[in-house]
Ligand binder design. Structure first.
Ligand code: GLU
Length: 328
């Protein structure tokens, strides 16, 4: 039987992490090299021909432009190779949703690209890394995974990059989807898709940018004045995302300062600090009058990535930006 060839691109995180002790104190991300990961996976007897490349060995809190460029280039090379069936990116869980969403917006929705991580280090009691990895291999080698965009596999579930978020800091069932739940359920031996591939044939929405512009997220809270808006602009932000109260709200001075920024050509996207915080236009805040964009179902960190790509792509004006946030 021919085994699907899968390229593993390692970036670090807990899936390559060492607990140092069964109690998991003194934990360090990104300790296990790609060769160790691939040989541990081979020992599981998975039906796949695995090869690997190390892009980075960091906790995902330190992933940024340099790693993203290297990842994009390596994925583009891998998917262009007719022998490669799919790509797996091992990644820390903290910013997996941001990397997945950036890649989803800049890659065609063809061969599967699957991010996978772990909540517990490889040598911790009840480690979930190899289970998640075996599940990712099952997804990346599946012909039914084509045309679904970039996915995240965690806790026996497959999520679309547009929906996925980390919703818990420590249990192994930490990833959730919003507004959609998982695309399917997976185990090392089985895979059930809940619906046909929604993005079949779609090309990349954005060309890979030459750089990502500075976009700051402002976290709203009670008793907030306008100083954080001024500070963000002073350090060179060319776009602002509000992690707003409820449906993307903030105090009057903050809304007024954001309105001035928008009038001065700095796009402002209203997202919510609430988990599962859907933000619609013109509900409590008058977006039409203030020149704001509503993030809809995108949380602040995903709204930031989309706004960066829009600015880098030369898109201007609230209407054109809103259209991009309306699309899923
Ligand atoms: N902060 C680390 C990271 O995101 C550890 C968390 C994890 O991988 O689960 O890489």
């Amino acid at each position: 039987m021919t085994q699907p060839r899968i390229m593993i691109l390692a970036t670090g995180g807990t899936i390559a992490g060492s607990a140092g002790s069964a109690l998991g104190r003194g934990y360090r991300a990104g300790q296990l090299g790609i060769d160790e990961l691939v040989s541990a996976a081979r020992e599981l007897g998975l039906v796949a021909d695995l090869s690997g490349e190390e892009i980075a060995a960091v906790g995902s809190q330190d992933i940024g432009w340099g790693e993203w460029q290297a990842l994009y280039a390596a994925i583009t090379r891998a998917i262009a190779d007719p022998a490669v069936a799919g790509v797996i990116v091992t990644h820390g869980t903290d910013t997996a949703e941001e990397t997945a969403w950036l890649l989803d917006l800049t890659l065609p929705a063809g061969k599967p690209v699957v991010l996978v991580g772990a909540m517990r280090p490889a040598d911790a009691v009840g480690s979930d890394g190899m289970r998640n990895f075996a599940n990712a291999v099952r997804v990346a080698g599946d012909t039914g995974a084509h045309g679904r965009g970039v996915m995240v596999v965690m806790g026996d579930a497959v999520f679309a990059a547009s929906d996925v978020r980390k919703a818990a800091t420590s249990n192994i069932d930490a990833f959730k989807g919003f507004p959609r739940g998982p695309l399917g359920l997976v185990s090392p031996a089985s895979l059930d898709w809940f619906a046909p591939a929604a993005k079949a044939g779609e090309q990349a929405r954005f060309t890979w940018p030459e750089a990502l512009p500075r976009v700051e997220i402002l976290y709203a809270h009670a008793d907030m004045d306008a100083q954080p808006v001024a500070s963000a602009l002073a350090i060179g932000a060319v776009g602002l995302v509000l992690a707003g109260l409820g449906q993307g709200n903030a105090s009057a001075p903050v809304l007024d300062a954001l309105q001035s920024a928008s009038r001065d050509g700095v796009p402002v996207v209203r997202a919510s600090r609430v988990d599962e915080g859907y933000v619609d236009r013109n509900v409590e805040v008058d977006d039409d009058a203030r020149g704001f964009v509503a993030a809809r179902s995108f949380n602040p960190q995903k709204a930031r990535i989309l706004l960066q790509l829009l600015i880098a792509g030369g898109v201007t004006g609230p209407a054109a930006m809103q259209a991009a946030f309306d699309r899923r």
